[in-house]
Design a protein around this ligand. Sequence first.
Ligand code: ATP
Length: 357
Amino acid sequence: MTISRETVLEALKSIADPVSGNDIVSAGIARAVTVEGSTVRFVLEIDPGKSEAYGPVRDRADAAVAALPGVEKVSAMLTAHSQKAPPDLKPKQPAQAQQQAAPQKVPGVARILAVASGKGGVGKSTVSANIACALAMQGRKVGLLDADVYGPSQPKMLGVSGRPASPDGKTILPLRNHGVTMMSMGLMTGEDQAVIWRGPMLMGALQQMLLQVQWGELDVLIVDLPPGTGDVQMTLAQKTHVDGSIVVSTPQDVALIDARKGIDMFRKMNVPVLGMIENMSTHICSNCGHEEHVFGHGGVAQEAKKLNVPLLGEVPLHLDVRLAGDNGTPIVAAQPDSAQAKVFLDIATQLVDAGAA
Ligand SMILES: Nc1ncnc2c1ncn2[C@@H]1O[C@H](COP(=O)(O)OP(=O)(O)OP(=O)(O)O)[C@@H](O)[C@H]1O
């Protein structure tokens, strides 16, 4: 049975807004209604000071939608609006419709740092995991959100497994290892399950990860983005206040072309680019220590200079970096005194010194 968005809106109109006396749709409280098969999602955007008063409203709205024929699952979220008058669901003139709600902060999270790459497989997840651990080793309260829905790898890299608990059915308890609080789409879907995500599902899932996970008080939440410049990157920057971004690339031209696109996207979305990291830079032989430039060397430094962004570090290509990641203990934690670990620790120090983490 197909559920229409209009039917959902009608059901939501039966719920009164305790503050304005209107119904929650006319009052502009009920927003972002999406229907995916038998699942309905919506948010109630409220004054953060009135969250207690709106708890029962959310429950009533949830029940009204759940009672509709064909609805099997409802996700109703309370979110804090950042404007005095939240936009409503009524049809808008094109000019008004273009005015997006301002990007929101995630409660308790002081800063959000996005780690991106233009191209897949350049080591973005390895870099995210190591920077997260390095920051935790320096005493920062760190979260890591694995938003790489196409290839979630953080559970393996940080050595966590099992489905995260949700004692109240509304919030999700993150997992923790190496001093890092982490949540991954991989933990919601299972390691071997292939996931095909479509735009609206991605948006919903990402928002859910950001807002429903109990991150606690964090100095910084690192978001490990999927490669490229697609829906997830756009949604993150549009909906959430992202304080800075880091772009990871190998020194090869093909990777650099895509990295440039990534930097361009962040600039267009007004997300400060904190710097680039060259990964798989010099190869150091684990037997004899001989150095070789498998993918070239210095390409990222040149590109960073051209684009006028700092080069935060050059991470060598070293067997131990991969083995550490595969074993669930990133190299900074496994071999903190190694040359490879030092690069990550130095990047973490730079981020702290710059007030970015
Ligand atoms: N500096 C390095 N030295 C050795 N191996 C590395 C290094 N960086 C990453 N790797 C290895 O390369 C592989 C790809 O790395 P990773 O998963 O971090 O890349 P990614 O850019 O996040 O990939 P994807 O886009 O598929 O998510 C992994 O097996 C990882 O262990």
